[in-house]
Design a protein around this ligand. Structure first.
Ligand SMILES: Cc1cc2nc3c(=O)[nH]c(=O)nc-3n(C[C@H](O)[C@H](O)[C@H](O)COP(=O)(O)O)c2cc1C
Length: 305
């Protein structure tokens, strides 16, 4: 029988109560000095197992490792304040969107490891409603690229027609007009460069792609998928890969059901990110610079408004 709830081993439990204190659903309580599960289904966040000093708790999702193949996995938990923060920040600042790739295939095992690393992200109510589609070769990327390009060819044909832009504005808002003003010319130029020079302005010559989808019924599918995405971007950089989010492909795939079918995304999932990947053909000497932000500091407790 498949284990569906946490199991507490009464022989091992010493009654320290840490699991009960940490449980977000409050399904664990202390009875006669021993932790007891109420039987109410929880969202299997796994905190109780991870925090138990006696290894007295098992959970259905329990897995000692991610099962990475191309990277050594370390089992020790890095406690708050004990990691190399300067190195972490430097990694974050060194990741750039890569638009120049070498003509070298990324081993499938690296791509699959990246997917596993993506799943370490948090997810709303621990639903883990994400899914991943791996296109492992440049040829696969080109097939997707040609489908996306065809979508924009059609869109540009429509957007070029002022009558149609006007009609759409009357009946469905200014989306086509906005597209015309913001993207029409650059997309037309990118399509021309593709057709005449074979220049890949969409996937930038990437040799692999990971698509991230989310189950529509999950509580926060977009956030879950995008958090997994960021984990993948950072890990890919650390693993020696370059990558770039391709929002143009996401937009096209959202609107063209046929494309989603082709890459085997079921109807109950939405696409949230398309990550182009490959070995980078460019090295940077400086970090990304960013606009300065001025956070609003609101002291609600003393605010008079
Ligand atoms: C949601 C999203 C969509 C993006 N779509 C594209 C895209 O279609 N093509 C592209 O070349 N870059 C795309 N990018 C990359 C951004 O242009 C890039 O993140 C930004 O310029 C900052 O540069 P950096 O990532 O190198 O720090 C996208 C980024 C995000 C977050």
């Amino acid at each position: 029988m498949v284990q569906e709830q946490i199991i507490i081993d009464r022989q091992k439990c010493t009654g320290c109560g840490v699991c009960a204190a940490i449980c977000p659903y409050r399904v664990i309580s202390m009875k006669d000095g021993i932790a007891e599960h109420s039987g109410v289904a929880c969202f299997l966040c796994d905190h109780c197992r991870a925090v138990c000093p006696q290894e007295a708790i098992t959970t259905p999702l329990q897995s000692a490792t991610l099962g990475l193949v191309t990277i050594e996995e370390k089992s020790e938990v890095i406690g708050p304040g004990t990691s190399n923060v300067p190195a972490l920040v430097a990694l974050m600042r060194s990741r750039r969107s890569c638009r120049n790739y070498r003509d070298k295939t990324v081993p499938l095992a690296m791509l699959l490891d990246l997917v596993k690393i993506g799943t370490t992200a948090p997810s709303g109510t621990n639903s883990q409603g994400w899914n991943f589609v791996v296109l492992p070769s440049r040829e696969d990327v080109l097939v997707l690229g040609s489908m996306v390009s065809n979508y924009y060819r059609k869109l540009n044909r429509m957007a070029a027609n002022p009558l149609l832009r006007g009609l759409v504005k009357i009946f469905g808002g200014d989306s086509l007009g906005r597209y015309y003003r913001n993207y029409f010319a650059s997309v037309a130029e990118a399509l021309r460069q593709w057709d005449e020079q074979g220049m890949d302005r969409l996937f930038h010559g990437a040799t692999a792609t990971i698509l991230i989808t989310g189950r529509k019924t999950a509580s926060c599918p977009a956030e879950d998928a995008l958090l997994a995405t960021q984990n993948i971007l950072l890990a890919a950089h650390a693993m020696g890969l370059g990558c770039c989010l391709i929002g143009f492909a996401v937009e096209a795939m959202r609107r063209a059901g046929s494309m989603r079918q082709k890459v085997e995304i079921p109807d109950d999932e939405e696409i949230y990110s398309v990550i182009a990947l490959g070995f980078p053909a460019v090295a940077y000497y400086r970090h990304a610079s960013r606009k300065l932000v001025e956070p609003r500091i609101v002291r609600l407790a003393t605010s008079r408004r």
